[in-house]
Design a protein around this ligand. Sequence first.
Ligand SMILES: *[C@@H]1O[C@H](CO)[C@@H](O)[C@H](O)[C@H]1NC(C)=O
Ligand SMILES: *[C@@H]1O[C@H](CO)[C@@H](O)[C@H](O)[C@H]1NC(C)=O
Ligand SMILES: *[C@@H]1O[C@H](CO)[C@@H](O)[C@H](O)[C@H]1NC(C)=O
Ligand SMILES: *[C@@H]1O[C@H](CO)[C@@H](O)[C@H](O)[C@H]1NC(C)=O
Ligand SMILES: *[C@@H]1O[C@H](CO)[C@@H](O)[C@H](O)[C@H]1NC(C)=O
Length: 869
Amino acid sequence: MADQDGEPPKLFDLCVFTFVQSKELSETVIQELSQNLAKYGAEVIQPKRDGSLPLAAATHIVSNTIDFPQYTEATSMMIPVVKSNWIQASLAKNKQAQLRPYSPDPRMIFSDVVLSCADIPESDKESIIGATMAMGGTESNNLTKIVTHICALSTDHPKCQMALQKNLKCKIVLPHWFDDCFKLGKRIDPAPYLLPDPEILRAHPGGNIPIPSSQHLQGATSARPDFIPTPVDSEAESRPKLTIFQEKKVMLSSDLSISARLKDIVKELISDGGGQLTDYVEDCDWFICHYRDGDNYVRAAHASKPIGNLSWLYHLITHNAWTTPTHRLLHYPIPRHGIPGFQDMRIAVSNYGGEARIYLENLITASGATYTKTMKADNTHLITARANSEKCDAARDWNISMANHLWIEESYAKCEMQSLTVSKYTHFPQRTNLGEVIGQTMFDVDKLQALYYPGGRPKKPASASKRKRKTLEGAEEDADADSSANAASRHTRKDFDVMQDDDAEAADYAVEESGGPRPAKRRATSFATPAREQRHVRTGKENETPSTVSSSSRSAKEKARSRLSGLVDDIALYEKEKKRIPKDGQPWGGKRAADLIEKKHLNRRSVSSPAPPSDDHDDEAAPVAKRPAKKTKPTLKQIEARVILTGFKRWVNDKHKEDADRRKLREMGISVVSDGNVCDYLVAPQLVRTVKFLRNLSRGATVVSSSWIETCLDTGEVPPPTDYLLKDKENEQKMGLKLQTSVARAAANKGRLLRGLPIYCTASIKNGTESYKVIAEANGAQFLVYGPRSGSTIKPTDPDEDPEGPDPVYLLSTANPEEKKLWKKFEDMARQGNMEPRVVASDWLLDVVMRQELTFDTKYLVTNFFNSA
Ligand SMILES: *[C@@H]1O[C@H](CO)[C@@H](O)[C@H](O)[C@H]1NC(C)=O
Ligand SMILES: *[C@@H]1O[C@H](CO)[C@@H](O)[C@H](O)[C@H]1NC(C)=O
Ligand SMILES: *[C@@H]1O[C@H](CO)[C@@H](O)[C@H](O)[C@H]1NC(C)=O
Ligand SMILES: *[C@@H]1O[C@H](CO)[C@@H](O)[C@H](O)[C@H]1NC(C)=O
Ligand SMILES: *[C@@H]1O[C@H](CO)[C@@H](O)[C@H](O)[C@H]1NC(C)=O
């Protein structure tokens, strides 16, 4: 079904691309891609006259090489630089692909790696994750479908067991693989490192696996020529010689989580680069530690030695270039107990994507707060780049503080929680995604000193480090110089990567989902309605890497995506509403509820004020909510309610009375809208399974009893409609549901209960297909009529690729002989497409919609239903 709210957003709406022409990306290809991008809503801007890139305006830079002058500046501004095949990948999926895997930076050897650690000791874990991240990878604590590598010492861990059982595609590798790649600065074939029987360990049959020691590494290193096609010593193939450590003494503090193996590697890298490790703080030039405390830290700080943490060290190694550790918030050791005041904070993030999101996660954690992937009612803060998103709406509803990232950055930089009353923290320029100015906050060094190493000599930058700065980071310095000039125009830049929001949620959800209203899986691709797809892309999310791309994960991604398009928040909202008003009954969902409650509190006396129309469960409703109030009796001024009546007996066969009553209602501020319009209240005498009822219920309308309208007409007064919520015990019991629960669920489902779920219906079904179509589509299903001449419309997928098993596909049917003949054909089609056929009575659909919960019971199968009925 088509969206009713105008132009559907296109895939690249709000994106501004600029291209870097190169040997690897020719003019012709650029032109071709530009046309494609434009077709999907993007703007493409040309380099400036002097050949430089319009960084201030671009949201994405497409380049197949990092060999262009502004690369460093672009990355420091966190403007994503992606290879051109990112565009194709996005188009192929009809949603923006994740950015990291498409980095053209050859140093990001782990860019498409999603790592999950299994039975790895904590200290190793930290260092492996740190190194992986430094080279472009991502980490997922839970085993999700997007995980590409599990790092483990044995296959005993449940994660490994699960991967093996479910035949997941991810590789189970020894930590040595990461170490060796890190050391080489190259990604080597993991085959010799693969569990359960890794070749590199076979050389040491007696070697104990549980404690990984450097022996394994030594063994692996010396044995490497046997396993690695390109010898390590080949200069061309291994990491280029580091120059950054020349004549430098580096001290690794004992508080670091660095494994013996990794420490050896680091040591080797440093000494190969002409530096050395030292154990004496007095001797060292650079001090690497995890926490901002301890004698050594204080002494190093007092001696004005550059101090950074492992991330900083990895950055130096990866980039072979100097950067001041206090220039990047995540390069400096963390405060052991966080920043005062953040300990009890639960912070969620919205509208930031890619690097920016990962950075914020780390910053939140480092500040001592808890980062949450999803936002629930118990969150204290939402950090967002723009003031609009579903999370933002929910934050407003739940009284969760909203701020942009400057708040957390400056709090961390100043080592003190900044007040949200400072307006810059809550300022959200209309057309700007503040992601564009992330990562530019530096430490307040005086504050660091005052708090963590009071006294000592006045801080003076070490001259040696100044000298270092010149070479490779020249570009970065240019960036600094240029940044104030850019700042002025920067806020013209449009959304940065909004769609990348909530990666992590998507990822997690893909595997862990259980219970609750489930978004439907989709596999029958020929059903896809691009408009809807794209619409959800706006808030939806992609988090998969090329190595896991397959049609198999599509269903999970689908789930994830619909999940992201608001269900998480909405369900949580619903839960909260339930908690909020447990006693006097009605668990309404969403803003409507919040508004009602507020009204109740503020306004309990003026009982004649019904709630303002809701506008957030239904995009279509938004403009209507702003309708000016009608000029009526003064006491009724505020009243505004659009109602749809179903089964209203009073007017049966009395057009005259109907017209008069409608006028009367309108004077009271109640407008009886005709079919096809949006309404706030569905007025019904009882629970009925009519199209009108189900369709409006699906849209989240509040269902009130006809007696409300009767009372209005009889008394000329408008009591709060919420006092007249429809109660129909008898039918509720008959149908086995609670109406107000359904209403609340409907509000949370936002018409997406059946999103993407393929529902076929026999052409000859009793009463016609039309009403089922309307009901199914009101809930986002893909509705198709199925007849004797229908071809196959399910695109087959490889069953082995879907560890979750086949997705269901439904056929609504009755048991008449003509329809019966179709069953086998339908079932064959489904099975061929690796889907599970369910031929059901239409009551299944009606019940599911009435309950607003996607469930299934074999009693609905036609074979059961019509036999017993
Ligand atoms: C990981 O999975 C566990 C159990 O399945 C769940 O409780 C937890 O919230 C998940 N962790 C994250 C970070 O989502
Ligand atoms: C370095 O510190 C930052 C916080 O300042 C933290 O997020 C990061 O994980 C640390 N890096 C390592 C490798 O420990
Ligand atoms: C909202 O939160 C603020 C503090 O965060 C608190 O002062 C205020 O009372 C809350 N308002 C409501 C309606 O809960
Ligand atoms: C309510 O049902 C009527 C009749 O089917 C329909 O025209 C109207 O659009 C529905 N309202 C909503 C909000 O879906
Ligand atoms: C068809 O419609 C009639 C009334 O119009 C109704 O009684 C009957 O239950 C409907 N049949 C089905 C299968 O929905």
